[in-house]
Design a binder for this molecule. Structure first.
Ligand code: CA
Ligand code: CA
Length: 578
């Protein structure tokens, strides 16, 4: 073969390769270190949301300007909680109402969009949000509000496979970004307010076929599936009726609605679980495992390796779904979680042993602290809403409880910087009046047995971005925010922390001091986590803007701090001005 022909062939081969760079397990395992792409929710499956990039840093971040912005369009302008992914010259970003877009990452030009056809009767508890997609091979995969998974061709937006997770009419939905670990697609379910059964499912990401299912309510059978879809029992989760009385485990909640993280060093996937159902705790004696907990699942076997319950016998809807972020501390692999119940936990990531726990919010009434020996909370019994049966049978004693069920932290993911050794936690200070009522399970109906009013605690702020030292429990700095914070965090080797506010700002602070160095008004509230990447020596930062989520739906007296905010739906990309 002549040299000229060979080089032409090679050029052609390289071009087609550049057009179809398949996302591999190795690429996903390295995602936190590779700065040219963002392949996973969490910027690495460990969820640290730390970028080694420092082209943008404390000295020049003031020169950040918009590169482009893209509108999700339509009339569906609300509740944008999505984290964009960047790969192969494209940005993949999901929008409210189960929509996904592929954009030219350089220009913001729309390449394709997919709008999932949603049935009338979907039952999302907390707005029509979606938190992002997963990339695998040539696919982009996301979950929908009618509890399906959809995998699309990254190039064309064509549907390659679609699988139903469960029955939306029974209250199931799905909004978390799927997690890819060890070549498996790991997803959870939403619907804890409807008495669904929480679980983690593993699928073949190329086909959508189930590989294993692990329920997160104690007493349910787990299964593995062979190539033909035949299922085989894989052991009950825990022991039936050990922490649940009667048949209550059949409608026990523990929804895995925020998805999970994965650490290759432990081989474990960490999923947080939501409230036990119903909210009225007097109807269900016991700890109600594995609700309001972190469960660590061996990805290869689909078995729960360990669990740590942050709120045993939860009576406040303190969903323990918050992300479990793994990191190195004192030569050990640890995991940290800022729980909705107001406490920050540091656990040994290999075995779930509690190493440290301390408050990250100022007002906590439900527990006096966490006993580091037993790992259990020292509960304040007066802060548990009363049993309706102890009074007139219709309504139990109302109590004031802090945090409110909207949590010391909710869905907005924190970030960890190995450079500063600090976690950056978007915290909120608020409480609630809460009471219990009698309740029975009815398919597709709210299964709460509780009423509530959210209350402010301090006049001048609800939100507070806090830099938390996991060794000492000290809050090193904080930046207060009038409205509750509801967006996630990004930190970088440029010693920056980026986060958005409901008031519409994306802002950057010095990671060591909390001094605000830059902010930009995006035109609607930011309730999503920012990301960063580089291309040809230029560093970019992106965030989705669009007010919504649980606060405007359930915020009670907080409304006065947020009711003037406008809804939206767009993604913004920034770079340094030349
Ligand atoms: Ca990467
Ligand atoms: Ca809940």
């Amino acid at each position: 073969m002549k040299l000229k022909t060979l080089s032409l062939l090679m050029a052609a081969g390289l071009a087609s390769f550049a057009g179809h760079t398949a996302v591999t397990d190795a690429m996903l395992a390295n995602d936190a270190k590779t700065t040219g792409d963002v392949l996973s929710w969490g910027i690495g499956t460990e969820g640290q949301r730390f970028s080694p990039l420092k082209t943008i840093n404390t000295k020049n971040v003031g020169k950040l300007v918009p590169a482009w912005s893209f509108s999700f369009g339509g009339e569906k302008q609300r509740g944008q909680e999505s984290q964009p992914l960047v790969h192969n010259g494209k940005m993949f970003v999901t929008g409210s109402y189960s929509r996904i877009y592929a954009l030219d990452v350089k220009t913001g030009k729309k390449l394709w969009k997919y709008e999932h056809r949603l049935p009338e009767g979907i039952m999302p508890c907390c707005d029509v949000i979606n938190r992002g997609a997963a990339l695998y091979d040539n696919l982009v995969i996301f979950a929908t509000l009618d509890a399906q998974l959809v995998a699309l061709n990254q190039e064309t937006g064509e549907v390659v496979w679609k699988e139903k997770i469960d029955d939306y009419a029974a209250g199931y939905s799905a909004s978390a970004a799927p997690l890819i670990a060890e070549g498996l697609l790991l997803t959870g379910v939403s619907g804890g307010e409807f008495g669904i059964v929480g679980r983690v499912e593993a699928r073949n990401p190329k086909t959508g076929d189930l590989v294993w299912v692990r329920p997160t309510v104690e007493g349910h059978m787990g299964y593995t599936y062979d190539k033909d879809g035949n299922k085989k029992e894989n052991g009950i989760s825990g022991t039936r009726n050990a922490t649940w009385t009667g048949d209550l485990w059949k409608t026990g909640g523990a929804a895995t609605w925020l998805g999970g993280t994965y650490d290759a060093k432990t081989g474990l996937a960490y999923f947080g679980t939501g409230n036990p159902a119903p909210w009225n705790s007097h109807t269900r004696k016991g700890d109600n495992l594995f609700s309001s907990a972190t469960v660590a699942i061996d990805v290869k076997t689909g078995q729960i390796k360990w669990h740590y319950q942050t709120t045993p016998h939860d009576g406040w809807d303190f969903d323990g779904v918050n992300e479990f972020v793994t990191f190195d501390l004192n030569g050990k692999r640890m995991g940290a979680k800022a729980d909705r119940n107001g406490f920050f936990y540091v656990l040994d990531a290999t075995n779930g042993k509690l190493e440290n726990a301390f408050p990250f919010v100022k007002k906590i009434t439900w527990a006096k602290g966490i006993d580091l020996k037993t790992g259990r909370p020292i509960e304040n019994p007066e802060s548990r809403p009363g049993d309706p049966a102890a009074g007139d049978g219709k309504k139990g004693k109302t109590v004031f409880s802090a945090p409110s069920f909207l949590g010391g932290k909710n869905q907005m993911p924190m970030a960890y910087s190995p450079n500063t050794g600090l976690f950056y936690v978007p915290a909120n200070e608020w409480g609630m009046d809460i009471w219990n009522e009698p309740i029975g399970y009815k398919k597709g109906a709210a299964f709460l047995g509780a009423g509530f009013t959210i209350k402010t605690v301090f006049d001048d702020y609800i939100g507070a971005m806090r830099a938390v030292d996991p060794k000492t429990g000290k809050i090193v700095w904080e930046v207060k925010n009038n409205a509750p914070l509801w967006g996630g965090v990004l930190t970088t080797a440029g010693d920056l922390v980026f986060w958005g506010t409901p008031e519409g700002y994306l802002q950057a602070a010095d990671a060591k001091t909390g001094k605000i160095l830059w902010k930009f008004q995006t035109g609607s509230g930011v309730v999503a986590p920012p990301v960063t990447w580089e291309d040809k020596g230029e560093q970019y930062v992106a965030v989705v803007s669009g007010w919504g989520g649980a606060v405007p739906l359930w915020g009670g007296e907080v409304a006065k701090k947020v009711n003037f905010l406008e809804q939206g739906g767009s993604v913004w990309v920034f770079k340094l001005v030349k």
